[in-house]
Design a protein around this ligand. Sequence first.
Ligand code: ATP
Ligand code: MG
Length: 154
Amino acid sequence: EIVPVSELVNAAVEAFRTQRMEDGVDLTVEVSDGLPALDVDRAAVAGALLNLLQNAYKYSGPDNRRITLQVRGSGKGVDLSVEDNGVGIAPQERNRIFERFYRVDNLLTRRTEGSGLGLAITRRIIETHGGRISVQSEPGKGSRFTIHLPAGKA
Ligand code: ATP
Ligand code: MG
């Protein structure tokens, strides 16, 4: 299914906003012009993006939460990144968080609910589409997850 990137972004952002109506979060969405359409399972990829937004929300403190969703062209495809100002992820945890049922032990994971499946599912969805997911993080400062998806054959 050939899908404009903006539709994927809107679906994920709308679902996120619906869930988070009462709580404080400052979400900035930046989508570049002229992005290629993607040949993807719309619901699956929007769900993957939603999980990154939910994580950014859950693993940031309750005060002064800021999340930036940025979408840019990259090579022949698209990069979608979700950046937060949350707890961050230590270097030795950065591969493990993509394992099924793995949750980092910290105050915010103890205070939030989760199965530890979100990122495992997200990675599976992205790799099934020939894409990649990566993470950069600074403990105590925040994290940035980036999904790269190749352009669809329109
Ligand atoms: P689920 O998504 O299944 O409800 P979950 O959020 O715990 O549960 P994942 O989305 O797979 O599971 O994330 C795994 C773990 O990685 C989290 O429990 C958390 O410890 C860590 N993590 C994920 N995203 C972030 C983030 N943006 N900042 C800090 N830690 C994160
Ligand atoms: Mg999650």
